[in-house]
Design a protein around this ligand. Structure first.
Ligand SMILES: N[C@@H](CCC[C@H](N)C(=O)O)C(=O)O
Length: 293
């Protein structure tokens, strides 16, 4: 008896933000939100915070325009099946996959994302990847915080609104445990501040230019790390600490501890944010056709 051929996949993570990677060069796979949720299910599926579909830019309608600059498009989906513009940890793992599969050499590789082209630098051996994440979008309110609040577990904090291609709300707290169990999404007010939903980061200081965070991700719940979130936190912390590389003409680097490891984030005088951290592939196999009918 022969069964239908399965679709190949890999599993990888960056600071324990984990992904199902599906090579689909010609963009033929009908990856429905239901299929993504089944794949990411940690009991009945492969398990992951999201899916990284690896498609040739020229073969994907959302990436065709970037095909001259970046051969590969990262089609990122959250574990609930929703689509997001960008995933920082995912981009490092995506670059690692390209290098491991012989689709990119160690050195620089451009990746098309819904937030635009991002350049990754893959270290020899591939385990460490640096990504140029673009500039943060943030306002400069007089008191350093936007008039937005986040509430969870009986606490309410003001937040800094930061865009990293996707939306973030950064709250400085005195104890990461104050965010409670984060089984539900924190309430951000006014809701109109984030019409497409939001990723929420809770941050404490660990020392000079050193912070730690917990994150509740839009479409995925609490995760062990969020690369775009770490970048948003870095910028919010730098402004809180009085540092602004565009104004000061000097780069600033923060160490950002996440529950799943450590990221180094640098903001340059031209506004570009660079994120450096690990990218690991842990498994490969074939998806049971029942998960991807
Ligand atoms: N974990 C990611 C962010 C993934 C997308 C996010 N949940 C959203 O919906 O914007 C990262 O490492 O940046």
């Amino acid at each position: 008896m022969t069964s239908a051929p399965g679709v190949p996949f890999l599993k990888g993570h960056g600071t324990e933000n984990d992904f199902v990677i599906i090579p689909d060069p010609d963009g033929l796979l009908d990856l429905t939100p239901e299929a993504v949720a089944r794949l990411c299910d940690r009991r009945a599926g492969i398990g992951g915070d999201g899916v990284l579909r690896v498609v040739r830019s020229a073969a994907h309608p959302e990436a065709k325009d970037m095909a001259d600059e970046a051969e590969w498009f990262m089609d990122y989906r959250n574990s609930d099946g929703s689509i997001a513009e960008m995933c920082g940890n995912g981009a490092r793992v995506f670059a690692r996959h390209l290098e491991r599969a012989g689709l990119a050499r160690p050195g620089e590789v451009a990746i098309a994302t819904r937030a635009g082209v991002r350049k990754a630098h893959i270290a020899e051996g591939g385990g460490h990847v640096t990504i140029a994440m673009g500039a943060a979008q943030l306002t400069e309110p007089d008191d350093g915080m936007d008039e937005i609040t986040v509430s969870v577990a009986g606490h309410t904090w003001p937040v800094r609104k930061v865009g990293m291609g996707n939306p973030h709300a950064v709250a400085f707290v005195s104890d990461l445990a104050d965010a409670g169990r984060l089984l539900e999404a924190p309430t951000v007010r006014p809701a109109a501040a984030y019409p497409d939903g939001v990723n929420v980061e809770f941050v404490v200081s660990r020392g000079p230019r050193h912070v730690a965070l917990r994150v509740h991700e839009r479409g995925a719940g609490e995760t062990r790390s969020c690369g775009t979130g770490a970048c948003a936190v870095m910028v919010a912390a730098a402004r809180r600490d009085g540092a602004d590389p565009r104004r000061d003409g000097a780069s600033v680097t923060y160490t950002v501890d996440v529950p799943g490891g450590r990221l180094e984030i640098t903001e340059r005088p031209d506004g570009e944010i660079e994120m450096a951290g690990p990218a690991v592939i842990v498994a490969e196999g074939t998806i049971d056709p029942a998960l991807l009918p």
